[in-house]
Design a protein around this ligand. Structure first.
Ligand SMILES: *Cc1c(COP(=O)(O)O)cnc(C)c1O
Length: 413
């Protein structure tokens, strides 16, 4: 079945009362009538025990996410950060190396540089995510190649298929942060060969800026048989790769991230995200049309020094966006030429200014002084962040109203 059908039907549980919709299990623990049954549930991991590991509401969300991105398994977690952290915990050990794209989401760089580097002894190299630079940076100890579907706010798209091929050949896991892929509505990196996807569901999947959530998705692969943590006996004496096959990776994410790490998603949030997924394709389709309308109308505006939108034929990301995305997406950037230009524009525009993406409302942000302000100047410029840059996450307002508001604000610059 196609995306929009799965978005409303996949994961919907059968309910004893015939409820049409997803019930919220606001429950911490699940009982068992006998000692034997308790022992069985603990031994096999089947059934429910305690909501830190899994609960029926979150399970339904996982089933839906898995269907939407054609994954073998999905693990829902508390936020996008929790997804990145738990996936990397499952794949890395001290002494291992990560090759990561330059210009990643700020907190991902923070996680690598402040946690995995100094506290876990993992070495990180940042490169342009082009196959040649990646090939040069890979070593015997590289375990993970980490990229984003669309870099933010540089809006560049990596060649996922070529990177997946290279990763496979070198025994490295290609992990893609697919937040900009909008839960598969815009992009499905697992189908291009990524071994794992991490994503923030806070953005387009939720769709209303009302809740935090994240997920780790895994595909069918033999790669894990090349990772020592899946070949050594666990506490129960079983070898994860032999006992679980390709499910050993999502199981380790569940064990380290949820059971031990406690980065669990609340069932209330799972419910809201489950509902958000029902309209994500509609929303990002409409937002992409509005973003294209704005980009076409404003690209030659005399006050706009540069405008980036992958949907414009002259845009550097256009060819890859055509290949890897189903639409050109809800995000564009305008460069007003200077800090002062950006400041005047943001003062004048009668829309919301906030560091979020994927809200039903259009949100604007000035990365230089907010999301990227902690980076050194060279690092900001390298990530495509200039003093005049404004990032726009287009919402569901009428596109002609949006255009009028942009034109009004540009007149004030
Ligand atoms: C927002 C975001 C995250 C982090 O997600 P949270 O749900 O806020 O923790 C990670 N990656 C990208 C690309 C994001 O935009």
């Amino acid at each position: 079945m196609r995306y929009e059908t799965l978005a409303v039907l996949a994961g919907l549980p059968e309910d004893p009362h015939g409820a049409v919709g997803l019930p919220i299990y606001a429950v911490a623990a699940y009982g068992f009538p006998t000692l034997e049954e308790g022992a069985e549930r603990f031994a096999t991991g089947e059934g429910y025990v305690y909501a830190r590991q899994k609960d029926p509401t979150t399970k339904a969300l996982e089933m839906r996410l898995k269907a939407l991105e054609g994954a073998l398994e999905a693990v829902a977690v508390a936020s996008g950060q929790a997804a990145t952290f738990s996936a990397l915990l499952a794949l890395l050990r001290p002494g291992d190396e990560v090759v990561a794209a330059k210009g990643l989401f700020g907190q991902t760089i923070g996680l690598l540089d402040q946690v995995l580097g100094p506290l876990m002894g993992v070495r990180v190299r940042y490169v342009d995510p082009e196959p040649d630079s990646v090939r040069e940076a890979l070593s015997e100890r590289t375990r993970v190649l980490f990229v984003e579907t669309v870099a933010n706010p540089a809006l560049l798209v990596p060649d996922l298929e070529a990177l997946a091929e290279l990763a496979e050949e070198r025994g490295v896991a290609l992990v893609v942060d697919n937040t900009f892929g909008a839960a598969g509505a815009l992009s499905q990196p697992l189908k291009w060969g990524a071994h794992a996807v991490v994503q923030s569901l806070t953005k387009w999947a939720s769709g209303h800026g009302s809740v935090l959530g994240g997920a780790v998705l895994a595909r069918e692969t033999g790669l894990w048989a090349r990772f020592p943590q899946f070949l050594e006996p666990d506490l129960k004496g079983r070898v994860p790769w032999e006992a679980l096959g390709p499910r050993c990776f999502p199981e380790r994410v569940r064990q380290l991230g949820l059971s031990l790490g406690g980065m669990s998603l609340s069932p209330f949030n799972a419910y809201l995200l489950f509902q958000g997924l029902e309209t994500v394709a509609l929303r990002v389709g409409r937002m992409s049309q509005s973003a294209l309308r704005l980009a076409e109308a404003l690209r030659a505006h005399p006050k706009v020094k540069a405008l980036r939108y992958p949907g414009l034929p002259e845009d550097p990301a256009h060819a890859r966006a055509r290949k890897y995305l189903t639409a050109f997406g809800p995000v564009l950037t305008l460069d007003l030429g200077s800090l002062e230009g950006a400041s005047r524009f943001l003062k004048a525009i009668r829309l919301l200014k906030a560091p979020n993406l994927g809200d039903a409302r259009t949100l604007l942000v000035h990365p230089w002084t907010t999301t990227h302000s902690r980076l050194k100047e060279e690092a900001r410029l390298e990530a495509g962040v200039t003093p005049g840059l404004v990032r726009v996450s287009v919402g569901l307002e009428d596109p002609e109203d949006l255009l009028a508001l942009f034109q009004e604000a540009l007149a004030a610059v």
